[in-house]
Write a protein that binds this ligand. Sequence first.
Ligand SMILES: [Zn+2]
Length: 274
Amino acid sequence: MSDPGTTAWAGGTFGERGRCVLAPNPSTMTLDGTNTWVLREPGGSRSVVVDPGPTDEGHLDAVAEAADGKVAAVLLTHHHLDHSEAAKAFAERMGCGVRALDPAYRLGSEGLGDGDVVAVDGLEIHVVATPGHTADSLSFVLPADGALLTGDTVLGRGTTVVAHPDGRLGAYLDSLDRLHALVERQDAMSVWPGHGPVIDDALGALDFYIAHRRSRLEQVEAAVATLRGSASGPLDAELLPRQVVEVVYADVDPVLWGAAELSVRAQLAYLDAR
Ligand SMILES: [Zn+2]
């Protein structure tokens, strides 16, 4: 969530199989808006839609049009409403199911989990569990285009929030390592994120994310030590996250401090458990 950036991003066509339809829901948390991904094999007749996004008729019409009205399945990267809100209604309209890790967000009997391969008209999507941003976060690999769809696990710019307590920092760090290893094996070269622009250098993006998390953790540890040193008694566990935010995120726009506090809570929980 640092570096809001100013690069124009409007979605578009990526690889031979990807089309990104940008939803009209920009905000400090969603950057330019939610990326809805329409994936189809060249010559195939049906598409897979990842994260239909918010309930907005114009957006859903554009997604249906990008899919030529033929959708075999809707997949969710995670349950957050800016990704999932329209999923069931859109799937009903397209006559298909919604597949998600969390059963509450599914439509139909098919689930979705680590190691699954979604195959539609020659299109192959490999599912990788990447918990951390949320417990139910999934990433999708499109080997034929060397693409890694990351949802909110890796964003197109800035960094993401570990949404404590559903999100867990230990799990998130493990997920980043897992994606890093996957990219190192060259199963994917580019990141097609849930918000913000496509990143051509997936390895560079993951290196940055991992280094950023490490340095934030060190900053949080240092801030706690300083606060402890200047306090007359034990630190108030309820006030501590906000006090740490004011030190560590002093360079970040205060409108993001609420989100930062969630990340700090996740970091304090991680440090406590170590
Ligand atoms: Zn999210």
